[in-house]
Design a protein around this ligand. Structure first.
Ligand code: SF4
Length: 708
C-alpha cells in the first residue's frame, strides 16, 4: 500500500503532435521512499486537450516499466562507466574529425527529443564541430510542410491554432486519418460539429479510413493527385469570382502566375485525373467558396511525396486566394506527427536550418548565431538530409554517427541501404531509453537516456504551443537526460560553452537567442521567457509563440495584421505544375503500397508494445487488399501474403476490405524485425524524395502481392 500523497504534476503526452496535457498522480512508495506515478488523466485546463486523452495517452503509465530498459552505458555490449563511454565517444569523434574533417561525422536525432536536447545537439554540431550534418527523423514526417510555409510566408510558421477548429465552417482533411493519428483533435472537430451542425467535414484520402467514415463527404482520390485537386480548387475560386481581391492586391504576390498554372484544371479535368465523381468534387469546391471560414488540415498523405512541397503550396494558394488566412477559423494547418517535431524545427534540428528560424545560407544569420554562441566555428552550408546522410555513411564519407532516440532501421526507406550503412560505419553511437530495437543491434556504443516521466524539458505541439514535459520519477539505473549526455560529450571533446546548471539554463539561452538581432523579422521570438527563474520555468504554463514584448502572454492568431516574414512583407503564391508520383506500377509490380499508422501503436512500437491494452487493437500487422485484387491473386482472408518491391519484401496476413481502392494495398508502419520478423514496411520503400524538402515518398511504393 502507498502512503504520503505527494500530489499531482502536469506533463505532456509523449506521443503525437497534438501535445495533450496529462495530470500525473504521484505518491511515495513505502518500500523505496521514491516517488511513484500511480495514475494519470487528461489535464482539464490544458488548452490542447481540455481533459481529453486518446487510448495511447491513457495507457502512458503502462509503457514505463523497466522491462528492456537501457540502464547503463555499453561499449561493444560490455558495460562501462559513464566516464569511459563519454571519453570513448569524444575521442573517436575528435580523431575522425582530425583525420577527415567535420563533414565526416553526423548526428541523426528525433522529434522525441525535448527542445533543450535538440538545441544542444544542434549547437554542438553546427557551431562547434562546424558541420551541418545534424538531421532529424522529422525529415520523414513534415519537412515538406516546413519548406512550403517558408516559401509562402518567408518563415516556417503554422498559421492556425486548435481553437480555430471550433470557429470554422469547413474542415478539409487531406491525407490525414486524424481519427486514429491525432484522435484528440478529431474529437475536437466532432465536438465543434455538434455545437455547429452546419459545419462540414470533408476527407480527401484514397482509403476509406475511420476519418473518412465519419466525414460528411469522402473523396477517395487517386493517390498522388492532390496538387491537381487543389490547382482545380484555385481555378474554381477564380472562375466563381470568389477571390479576396483586397488581400491578393495588398498582401500577396505571385497570384497571376499561380492562377496561370492552375487555370487549365477545370472540374471535369480534375475529376478525370483524380478519379473522382464530378458531383462530389463540385460539392467540395462549392463548400470551400461558400464557407466564410475554412481550414485545410493535412499531414503525411501530403508531405510524404516526391512533390510534397508543391502539394502543400497548392493548398496554401487556395487559402491566400480566398483570404482564408490570418482570421479565426481559417488557414492551411499542417499537423506534426511527433511530440516535439515542432521544437526541432525551432532550434534547427533539420540539416538545412539554423537555430531560431535563421537561415543557414544567410551569412549575417550565421555570424549572428556564432557571435551569440561565441563558438569557434560555424557550418558554412546545410548538412545532408536524411536519405543523403545514410547514403554518405554507406559510401564511407561519414564515418561516425550518433543516433538519438530514434530507430532509422525501421523508419527510413530502403532498409537494406540503412543496414549496409550502419554495418560499414566506423562508429555507431545510439542513445536511447530502450535496450532492444533493430537499430541498437548495430550500435558500437549505447548510452542510456532518461525517458518520459523521468526528464524535464519543453515540447512544442502542432499549433506552436510550448508545454512542459516534467520529470516525476527518478531516472532508472544510470540513465541521464539527453541534454546532459550531449553537454558531457561536448566538454570531453574540448569545447567550452556547454556548462549548464540545469535544463532551465539551456532553455533560457535558447529563448534569448530567438530575440537576438531579431528586429521583428522572425515571428519565432520567445525572448520574454529568457529571464525565467528555475522555479518559474518549472511552473511555466503552456504558451503559444511568439512570446515577446509585443505578445507577453503568447499569440494564438498570427498573420492577423497580414504581415508576413518575406522581404516584401507579403505572402507568396507559388505556381504549381502537378506531377504524379515518381514510383509507378508496371507488370512486375502492379499494386501501389500505401502505409500509415494504426490507432493504438506509436512509430516502431518500442514503447506502446509494452502496454497489453494497446496490443489488443491490432495484435499483428495486416495487409489490406481490395476483394477484387484478392480474388485475382487467389488470396483469402487471413492468408499470409508476401508483398515484394524492387527493394525488399514483407509477409503479413491478409485483411480483405473495400476500404482500399482496387490496385492499392495498405500496410501499417509499426512492425520491425524486433516485433515481427517479416513485417517491416520500410524494407519495401524506395529512397525517392522531394528535391526541395528531401522528404521520402513513403506513400507510394509499387509492389507485387502473392499468397505465401
Ligand atoms: Fe497523446 Fe496524441 Fe493521444 Fe493526445 S492525441 S493523448 S498527444 S497520442
Amino acid at each position: 500500500e502507498l502512503r504520503n500523497i505527494a500530489g499531482i504534476k502536469q506533463s505532456t503526452c509523449a506521443y503525437c503532435g497534438v501535445g495533450c496535457g496529462v495530470d500525473i498522480h504521484q505518491q511515495v512508495s513505502p518500500e523505496s521512499t521514491q516517488i511513484e506515478a500511480v495514475s494519470l488523466q487528461g489535464s482539464q485546463d490544458h488548452p490542447a486537450n481540455f481533459g481529453r486523452l486518446c487510448v495511447k495517452g491513457e495507457n502512458l503509465l503502462a509503457t514505463t516499466s523497466l522491462d528492456d530498459r537501457l540502464l547503463y552505458p555499453h561499449i561493444k555490449n560490455e558495460r562501462v562507466q559513464w566516464s569511459q563511454a563519454i571519453e570513448h565517444v569524444a575521442n573517436k569523434f575528435n580523431d575522425i574529425i582530425a583525420e577527415h574533417g567535420p563533414e565526416s561525422v553526423a548526428f541523426y536525432v528525433s522529434g522525441q527529443l525535448l527542445t533543450e536536447d535538440y538545441y544542444l545537439a544542434n549547437k554542438l554540431m553546427k557551431g562547434y564541430i562546424g558541420s551541418g550534418n545534424i538531421e532529424t527523423n522529422s525529415r520523414l514526417c513534415m519537412s515538406s510542410a516546413v519548406a512550403a510555409y517558408k516559401r509562402a510566408f518567408g518563415e516556417d510558421v503554422v498559421p492556425c491554432s486548435y481553437q480555430d477548429l471550433e470557429q470554422t465552417d469547413l474542415i478539409v482533411l487531406v491525407g490525414s486519418n486524424a481519427a486514429w493519428t491525432h484522435p484528440v483533435l478529431f474529437q475536437r472537430m466532432q465536438h465543434a460539429k455538434q455545437i455547429n451542425p452546419d459545419m462540414k467535414l470533408v476527407c480527401i484520402d484514397p482509403r476509406r479510413t475511420q476519418t473518412a467514415a465519419m466525414a460528411d463527404l469522402h473523396l477517395p482520390l487517386k493517390p498522388g493527385t492532390d496538387a491537381v485537386f487543389f490547382n482545380g480548387l484555385l481555378a474554381f475560386i477564380a472562375a466563381a469570382n470568389a477571390c479576396d481581391s483586397h488581400f491578393i492586391q495588398q498582401h500577396s504576390e505571385g497570384f497571376e502566375q499561380a492562377l496561370a498554372s492552375a487555370s487549365s484544371y477545370t472540374p471535369e479535368r480534375v475529376s478525370q485525373i483524380c478519379e473522382l465523381g464530378i458531383e462530389q468534387l463540385l460539392d467540395c469546391y462549392q463548400w470551400f467558396i461558400e464557407s466564410k471560414r475554412a481550414i485545410s488540415f493535412y499531414s503525411m498523405g501530403i508531405n510524404q511525396s516526391s512533390t510534397g512541397v508543391d502539394k502543400c503550396n497548392a493548398i496554401i494558394n487556395c487559402h491566400l486566394a480566398s483570404g482564408k488566412i490570418g482570421r479565426p477559423g481559417c488557414g492551411p494547418f499542417s499537423i506534426t506527427g511527433q511530440p516535439n517535431a515542432m521544437g526541432g524545427r525551432e532550434v534547427g534540428g533539420l540539416a538545412n536550418q539554423l537555430t531560431a528560424h535563421m537561415d543557414i545560407e544567410n551569412p549575417q544569420h550565421r555570424q549572428s548565431v556564432q557571435t551569440f554562441w561565441q563558438s569557434p566555428t560555424m557550418t558554412q552550408q546545410p548538412g545532408l538530409k536524411a536519405v543523403d546522410m545514410f547514403d554518405a555513411i554507406k559510401d564511407n564519407k561519414i564515418k561516425a554517427v550518433w543516433i538519438m532516440a530514434t530507430n532509422p532501421l525501421v523508419s527510413m526507406p530502403n532498409r537494406q541501404v540503412i543496414e549496409d550503412a550502419l554495418d560499414k560505419c566506423e562508429l555507431v553511437v545510439v542513445s536511447d531509453c530502450v535496450a532492444t530495437n533493430d537499430t541498437i543491434s548495430k550500435a558500437d556504443v549505447t548510452l542510456p537516456a532518461a525517458g518520459w516521466l523521468e526528464k524535464d524539458g519543453m515540447v512544442t505541439n502542432s499549433e506552436r504551443l510550448m508545454s512542459r514535459q516534467r520529470g516525476i520519477i527518478a531516472a532508472p539505473g544510470e540513465s541521464k537526460s539527453d541534454w546532459q549526455i550531449i553537454a558531457e560529450v561536448a566538454k570531453a571533446m574540448g569545447f567550452s560553452g556547454f556548462d549548464y546548471a540545469s535544463v532551465a539554463d539551456v532553455f533560457r539561452e535558447y529563448a534569448k537567442l530567438t530575440g537576438y538581432e531579431n528586429n521583428g523579422e522572425r515571428l519565432l521570438d520567445i525572448s520574454a521567457l529568457a529571464q525565467l527563474s528555475d522555479a518559474e520555468y518549472d511552473l511555466l504554463k503552456p504558451v503559444q509563440w511568439p512570446v515577446n514584448a509585443n505578445y507577453p502572454n503568447g499569440c494564438a492568431q498570427v498573420f492577423s495584421d497580414n504581415k508576413f516574414s518575406t522581404p516584401s512583407g507579403k505572402a507568396r503564391f507559388l505556381p504549381i505544375t502537378p506531377q504524379l508520383p515518381q514510383a509507378k506500377i508496371d507488370n512486375d509490380y502492379p499494386f501501389i503500397l500505401n502505409s500509415g499508422r494504426l490507432r493504438d501503436q506509436w512509430h516502431t512500437m518500442t514503447r506502446t508494445s509494452r502496454a497489453d491494452a494497446l496490443n489488443e487493437h491490432s495484435p499483428q500487422p495486416l495487409i489490406h487488399i481490395h476483394p477484387k485484387d484478392a480474388a485475382k491473386q487467389q488470396i483469402k482472408e487471413g492468408d499470409y501474403v508476401e508483398a515484394t518491391s524492387r527493394f525488399g519484401k514483407l509477409i503479413m496476413a491478409a485483411n480483405i476490405t473495400e476500404d482500399v481502392r482496387s490496385g492499392e494495398v495498405f500496410a501499417p508502419i509499426h512492425w520491425s524485425r524486433t516485433f515481427a520478423s517479416h513485417g517491416c514496411v520500410s524494407a519495401l520503400y524506395s529512397s525517392v524524395n522531394d528535391p526541395i524538402s528531401g522528404q521520402p515518398e513513403l506513400k507510394q511504393t509499387p509492389v507485387a502481392i502473392a499468397p505465401k
